[in-house]
Design a protein around this ligand. Structure first.
Ligand SMILES: [Ca+2]
Length: 91
């Protein structure tokens, strides 16, 4: 995924189906975000539980053990400061 210039939103969650993208096939599918900057946001689902781990210069995002995104050349601190959660939490 490449956002290009300006502030971008990278959607890792489909609010219409309330499902995360890239969470079905383990580490075989994931979003590869190559140009994340401090202007950008990553959109996640409020019903999901994510973990973030540094991998070299990159940040990996997981749901459970399932890799859903690699954010290239971005620290976990930067990524976690730029999250936006969508969707409703079940009652
Ligand atoms: Ca995956």
């Amino acid at each position: 995924m490449i956002g290009g210039a300006g502030a971008d939103k990278f959607f890792l969650y489909d609010s219409s189906t309330q499902r995360s993208f890239y969470s079905n096939f383990g580490n075989a599918d994931y979003a590869d975000i190559t140009d994340f900057t401090a202007e950008d946001r990553i959109v996640l689902g409020s019903t999901e539980s994510y973990t973030f781990s540094a991998h070299g210069a990159h940040t990996n995002i997981f749901i459970g053990g399932d890799l859903i995104a690699i954010v290239r050349n971005a620290s976990t601190e930067l990524v976690q400061s730029r999250l936006q959660y969508v969707g409703s939490v079940p009652a």
